[in-house]
Design a protein around this ligand. Structure first.
Ligand code: ADP
Ligand code: ADP
Ligand code: ADP
Length: 213
């Protein structure tokens, strides 16, 4: 399967991804995770991306398309993939289509994590992540066994620098202006499945499974 997850920050894409990934043996490509790794490692790419990310703005299309193009060459991505947080602009969607066309494949489904903006501040400000795995927790909705510590590795959890109420406003603005048109783009192709992303995680998982079965 070739899947795209689209939804505003905090809508649950990262929480559902590992479940879908394991069930269908797909590779999981999250542009946000890849960009944060590049920023942490201070690579040339990371240096270019940092400013936009800190402000809650989108990184340039060329940079992210380059990352995805490179990552999709991995052997583990040949059978199928989950794109989490990409494409976020119509230009990115068009580039992705071109990329897949060259390989003779196409996107199978776009899962739209539909949710009201008003729910997202609490989700985002309570989020704690394990940077190396991308696992996320929530102080109220999904607390780790030991506060501040990853359940699996015992390593410390961190809060993302952009997970503040203030930066969230910019990220939501970018979502409505630049990413909602991506949902229209795929709707016209008949590929979009809408999820009730405000429901508890297990119910969202059940909806995903129904769509993919
Ligand atoms: P995204 O990847 O879309 O930005 P996450 O999956 O990281 O979102 O979820 C954001 C925060 O909300 C995390 O702290 C996560 O634990 C929590 N969360 C995810 N899904 C749900 C849900 N269905 N109900 C309540 N909290 C959730
Ligand atoms: P979330 O899902 O919580 O909104 P991500 O981890 O997907 O956050 O993205 C974090 C930041 O990385 C975004 O605010 C943006 O600056 C950058 N980013 C991630 N993916 C893209 C993309 N496809 N295009 C442009 N910028 C991106
Ligand atoms: P429960 O405690 O409700 O029985 P589990 O412990 O079986 O749930 O949770 C299964 C997975 O779902 C765990 O990885 C947990 O972190 C995650 N999870 C549970 N509730 C939430 C939530 N509200 N938001 C994000 N993830 C959650």
């Amino acid at each position: 399967k070739r899947l795209i997850l689209v939804g505003p920050p905090g809508s649950g894409k990262g929480t559902q991804s590992p479940i879908i990934k394991d069930e269908y043996c797909l590779c999981h490509l999250a542009t946000g995770d890849m960009l944060r790794a590049a920023v942490a490692a201070k690579t040339p790419l990371g240096v270019k991306a940092k400013q936009a990310m800190d402000k809650g703005e989108l990184v340039s299309d060329d940079l992210v398309v380059g990352i995805i193009d490179e990552a999709m060459k991995k052997p583990s991505c040949q059978k199928g993939f989950i794109l989490d947080g990409f494409p976020r602009t119509v230009v990115q969607a068009q580039k992705l289509d071109e990329m897949l066309e060259k390989k003779g494949t196409k996107v199978d489904k776009v899962l739209n994590f539909a949710i009201d903006d008003s729910i997202l501040e609490e989700r985002i400000t309570g989020r704690w992540i394990h940077p190396s795995s991308g696992r996320s927790y929530h102080t109220k909705f999904a607390p780790p066994k030991v506060p501040g510590v990853d359940d699996v590795t015992g390593e410390p959890l961190i809060q993302r620098k952009d997970d503040t109420a203030e930066v969230l406003k910019s990220r939501l603005e970018a979502f409505h202006k630049q990413t909602e048109p991506v949902i229209d783009y795929y709707s016209k192709k008949g590929l979009v499945a809408n999820l009730h992303a405000e429901k508890p995680p297990k119910e969202v998982t059940a909806e995903v499974q129904k769509v993919l079965s």
